[in-house]
Design a protein around this ligand. Structure first.
Ligand code: S3P
Length: 177
């Protein structure tokens, strides 16, 4: 199945925890819909000229969050495309408000075991998981962040293969028309 006849009239934003598959599924979804794909982390790194982990180390998390908010504002106001939002982007009140107002937001919801398996034992170099047990860190973040992610327009089960998750998103989007 390709993207069906769903025509995006605004950006589609994937939100959720690290390991939910926002980037992997986002790329697939973008290909299915014939839309460009962009990742807020990549956008922040590009504009800052620093990788996300380096930014946390050298400038601190607050500086990263400020730039992340700028990237969200820019992308939310842009043309239809698929956007993978870094796990904290939708937790920020301003960012969440912008995304809810101008985009279609989809929460990729997966269990902690799945998230932990996907980020790997070293957390894939993610600053918030560094030096911590990824499973415990993700469980704590899930507890804190669920209420924010639950504000997204759609909740999609993010367990299973990429193609199946993309299918579920397309079905949710098509059903909303
Ligand atoms: C973060 C998630 C990361 C990245 C940063 C902080 C978070 O993005 O933005 O390390 O606060 O959850 P991914 O969700 O794409 O891994």
């Amino acid at each position: 199945m390709a993207g069906g006849d769903f025509q995006a009239d605004r950006p589609i934003v994937l939100v959720g925890l690290m390991g939910a598959g926002k980037t992997t599924v986002g790329r697939r979804l973008a290909a299915r819909l014939g839309l460009p794909f962009v990742d807020t982390d990549a956008e922040v790194a590009r504009t800052a000229g620093l990788a996300v982990a380096q930014m946390f180390d050298r400038l601190g998390e607050a500086a990263f969050r400020e730039r992340e908010r700028d990237a969200v504002a820019r992308l939310a106001a842009g043309p239809p495309r698929v956007i993978a939002a870094g796990g904290g982007a939708f937790v920020d009140e301003v960012g969440r408000g912008l995304l809810l107002a101008s985009c279609t937001t989809v929460w990729l919801d997966a269990g902690v075991e799945t998230l932990a398996r996907r980020v790997g034992r070293d957390g894939g170099g993610r600053p918030l998981l560094r030096g911590r047990d990824p499973r415990a860190a993700l469980a704590a973040l899930a507890e804190q962040r669920r209420p924010f992610y639950a504000a997204a327009h759609f909740r999609v089960d993010a367990e299973g293969p990429v193609e199946a998750v993309a299918d579920r998103i397309l079905a949710a989007l098509a059903g909303s028309r």
